[in-house]
Design a protein around this ligand. Structure first.
Ligand code: AMP
Length: 173
């Protein structure tokens, strides 16, 4: 079967959530089960080669595919959540976004010393989100063995910021 051009399943919304931001909405991809399957299969194949113990997904859009990838690979899934959502004990990272600022937490017991972790999110913009999450993984003694995305906004040079990591994305702008 011919592969779908996944870019055709992304809706581009200008000036959302702020003027000047070109928002990439992956809802059409989620609505199309064939495109969704293709995205999960592709990201899972890349992830499996890194032999992770865990896939870590960033709230909220990293949850859409993150748990599906973990299930395909045969490893656990760990959510990174906004402050106040997870019960203690947690570790927290604060960071700046393309728009605004944010903080994410993970359960501190969930990453064993030496655990191999692949981080997943929907969009790589400036790279601040996954850089902060990678810092949490490493603070807990884990190894970030890969980071993948549905979409990479290459003009923001997030890949450069994440220079030391093994990075993969399905769709590039
Ligand atoms: P960053 O930390 O700058 O790489 O931003 C990545 C995070 O912000 C991801 O969790 C995305 O969901 C969200 N994000 C940033 N820019 C966009 C965009 N243009 N379209 C959709 N989501 C975005």
């Amino acid at each position: 079967m011919t592969a779908i051009d996944l870019k055709t399943r992304v809706r581009e919304v200008d000036d959302f959530p702020e003027p000047g931001i070109g928002f990439k909405d992956i809802t059409p991809l989620l609505l199309d089960h064939v495109a969704l399957g293709q995205a999960v299969d592709d990201l899972s194949a890349w992830t499996a080669e890194r032999k992770p113990d865990l896939v870590l997904g960033a709230e909220a859009r990293g949850f859409y595919l993150g748990a599906a990838i973990a299930k395909e690979v045969g490893c656990g899934f760990l959510p990174a959540r906004r402050p106040g959502k997870l019960p203690p004990e947690t570790v927290t990272a604060r960071y700046l976004l393309e728009y605004g600022e944010n903080a994410l937490e993970v359960a501190s017991y969930a990453i064993a010393y030496g655990a191999r972790v692949v981080i997943h999110d929907d969009v790589l913009a400036t790279g601040g989100t996954v850089e902060a999450i990678a810092g949490l993984v490493e603070q807990l003694g884990g190894h970030v063995v890969g980071i993948n995305f549905v979409i990479e906004l290459s003009f923001l040079e997030g890949r450069k910021r994440l220079g030391g990591y093994d990075i993969y994305s399905l769709i590039e702008y």
